[in-house]
Ligand binder design. Structure first.
Ligand SMILES: [Zn+2]
Length: 236
């Protein structure tokens, strides 16, 4: 058999394997698995985000606790001063009052912030619980799908093995330079070979120049389409 004809048959086997591989990649089960996996990864991201938020909140709570301690000390000091040096006129009373009010305002402000922090922490707790629940559900679904997928994968691997054997069989007798050229062209265009269709390339349907058409007639000569780069084979 002529080299290019053999290479054409090799391509049929090669493309059958490619089609099978792409079918397998787009299998419904595999798509679902990928969807679940992405979902689980999203939940893990959400979890990390919540954990980071909680850490920030814990830091803030600690800072506020320190502030409370400081303000308490200031209050005690003020009280001691008021006992030691009671106000003797209205001016002194107002001064003490102003200081006390300032402390009270700050304490109220921190109490409000603390309340808000507690509320936010509660929200985060709920979010965390939800995320854990959702992730666990997705993981269970993933594990179940994976069992089915493993069976599918095993079957597909066996089928692919058969297709690969067929490719190997079709390669027998083809000169290495034809096979390497085929692989080279396949990197750019798939399928890498096209039949001559009248005066046109069967791949891209462009007219081939007379000089190229002449070369195609030379037995075994590798001629590539100037437009799509496919190897042109002249067989029925
Ligand atoms: Zn072409």
């Amino acid at each position: 058999m002529e080299q290019l004809t053999m290479l054409w048959e090799y391509q049929q086997a090669d493309m059958a394997a490619e089609r099978f591989k792409s079918e397998f990649r787009s299998s419904e089960l595999r798509q679902k698995l990928e969807k679940d996996r992405n979902f689980i990864m999203d939940q893990q991201k959400s979890m990390k985000k919540i954990e980071a938020d909680v850490a920030v909140m814990a830091d803030r709570k600690e800072a506020i606790d320190d502030e409370f301690k400081r303000l308490n000390q200031l209050s005690e000091q003020l009280e001691a001063r008021m006992n030691e040096t009671p106000a003797e006129d209205i001016e002194q009373t107002q001064k003490y009052l102003k200081e006390a009010r300032k402390l009270m305002d700050l304490i109220t402000q921190y109490e409000n912030e603390m309340r808000k922090l507690k509320k936010d922490a509660g929200v985060r707790d709920n979010q965390q619980r939800e995320v854990v629940k959702r992730a666990a559900k997705a993981k269970a679904e993933f594990d179940e799908l994976k069992k089915g997928y493993d069976v599918e994968y095993k079957e597909a691997t066996a089928k692919l093995e058969v297709l690969k054997n067929d490719i190997a069989k079709k390669a027998v007798g083809i000169a290495p330079e034809y096979l390497s050229e085929y692989q080279q062209v396949k990197k750019h265009v798939v399928p890498p070979m096209a039949k001559l269709n009248g005066d046109r390339c069967g791949g891209c349907n462009m007219n081939l120049p007379q000089a190229v058409l002449k070369e195609i007639k030379v037995s075994g000569k590798i001629v590539e389409c100037e437009t799509c780069g496919r190897m042109i084979v002249s067989i029925d």
